[in-house]
Design a binder for this molecule. Structure first.
Ligand code: UDP
Length: 468
């Protein structure tokens, strides 16, 4: 074992320090990218916060992990007054503790050559420069969303938009974007400080060696070609474990780093008893908080629909369910109507043959996972980039429909029911179901040897070796 370990250490081509923003949806794609690099003999160290490392519920990855401080070692992000306060404090404390980590790793026999950082933490570029390291920004969102923020940064899209801006045309993307399709931070005047942070992702981007994007070329050709003229872009997605795509990385079925504990057996046993393509999977990801009224509408729509459903309701959201909802569900489980869990192994669920549709908040990871596993969607975007992702799903890739809100901002039960029916049953949804299958094939091809993302990762590694 020691001989093998020694050989692996000495044969590393380079060492990348990976710095994700510490939420599940940013950790997952950066970890998957890390595994791909590791399989190409790049040493990886992921730097995450002390708080998160202490509180991980699942830690089963071969990648090494080290802790740095965000200034909230005891309580984590929730202790910060706001997103902006958190990011500001992380910058103050993180710059020093990241520098200390780089110094520590310098004595480990394989010093760091490159920092791959989340552009929410763009101060990492300064740390990289201080140590003479190369740097890569890793955008966890898709290129259309990045392009929108870029144009807010350049002043092409005004913030907040005026009443007349019903439709926005963005250079690099020919489909007009409705005001309800742009990321929520662009539209909402209360989000003034947040949009500043989003725009700051670009403030020192001219200093980096690469801009990595969690997407793939075939999904967003037009905008990727356009942005590639400005930045050294490389698309490297879909960042989901290899076993769901090209299967070239061994035993790579799990994400491996989770803040939540998945109820694996319960979910999969239940799904095993459901007919093919019969189940609706419902999840709003790791962060979204629904209004109680919305939660009730959703609960009734699921109950009224003639479909079985698997619904992820995080424990912090459970109190918003209608009274006795779960109890009553258990009583009617004779016909396998529904299962509510607090967290599930989402990839294994989406891959399951019983799943026929995904009702999703359209977080970018969830969207990319559904694309990669060929599952059509009903979208109910909540905030941040989700409305834009929902637009792409509906109008550009045609793999889902959007359940529209009323003027109070609530999606009513009848609308949700209609959408579910359309995607899962009706003739009108046939094209959507067929398109979903096509994208699944494409996602596998881009990750496989010679595919667009595989080539980009190869090029990244060979250039890294040359310049570092
Ligand atoms: N996820 C999971 N189990 C669940 C719900 C979500 O493993 O029960 C994972 C999902 O596969 C995805 C991530 O959590 O990788 C959520 O990221 P996304 O970008 O979709 O949404 P966010 O949580 O950032 O809003």
């Amino acid at each position: 074992f020691h001989e093998l370990e020694k050989e692996m250490t000495t044969s590393h081509k380079a060492h990348c320090l990976i710095l994700p923003y510490p939420v599940q949806g940013h950790i997952n794609p950066m970890l998957q990218f890390s595994k791909r690099l590791q399989s190409k003999r790049v040493k990886i160290t992921i730097a995450t916060t002390k708080y998160l490392l202490k509180n991980m519920k699942e830690l089963t990855t071969s990648v090494s992990i080290e802790a740095i401080s965000d200034g909230y070692d005891d309580g984590g992000r929730d202790q910060a007054e706001s997103f902006v306060a958190y990011v500001t404090r992380f910058k103050e404390v993180g710059s020093d503790t990241l520098s200390q980590l780089i110094q520590k790793l310098a004595n480990s026999g394989c010093p760091v050559n490159c920092i791959v950082y989340d552009p929410y933490l763009n101060w990492a570029v300064e740390v990289a420069k201080k140590f003479g390291l190369v740097s890569a920004a890793f955008f966890t969102q898709n290129c259309v969303v990045d392009n929108i923020y870029y144009h807010v940064h350049k002043g092409v899209i005004k913030f907040p938009p005026t009443q007349n801006d019903k439709e926005i045309i963005i250079p690099g993307f020919s489909s007009p974007i409705d005001a309800s399709d742009v990321p929520s931070f662009v539209i909402s005047p209360e989000a003034e400080r947040i949009i500043e942070m989003m725009v700051n992702q670009f403030s020192n981007l001219d200093k980096v060696d690469w801009v990595l994007i969690n997407s793939f070329y075939e999904l967003e050709k037009e905008v990727i070609d356009w942005m590639s003229k400005i930045y050294p872009i490389k698309t490297i997605g879909p960042t989901i474990p290899s076993m769901y795509l090209d299967k070239r990385l061994h035993d790579d079925k799990e994400y491996g780093l989770s803040i939540f504990k998945p109820m694996t057996n319960e979910c999969l046993n239940w799904l095993n008893h459901q007919p093919i393509s019969s189940v609706l999977y419902v999840s709003f990801g790791s962060l979204a908080k629904l209004e109680t009224e919305q939660m009730e509408e959703l609960a009734w729509s699921l109950k009224n629909s003639n479909k079985s459903f698997l619904w992820v309701v995080r424990s912090t959201e459970e109190s918003k369910l209608p009274k006795n909802f779960i109890e009553e569900l258990k009583l009617t489980s004779g016909n396998n109507k529904g299962l509510v869990v607090s967290w599930c192994p989402q990839l294994q669920v989406l891959e399951h043959e019983s799943i026929g549709c995904f009702l999703t908040h359209c977080g970018w990871n969830s969207t990319l996972e559904a694309i990669s596993l060929g599952v059509p969607m009903v979208t109910m975007p909540q905030w941040t980039d989700q409305p834009t992702n929902a637009k792409l799903v509906k109008d550009v890739w045609e793999i889902g429909v959007r359940a529209k809100q009323d003027e109070k901002g609530i999606v009513r039960r009848e609308i949700i029911e209609e959408c579910i029916k359309l995607v899962m049953e009706e003739e009108e949804g046939k094209l959507i179901r067929e398109n979903a299958k096509k994208w699944k094939e494409m996602a596998r091809n881009v990750a496989d040897e010679g595919g667009s993302s595989d080539k980009n990762i190869e090029e990244f590694v060979s250039k890294l070796v040359t310049i570092s």
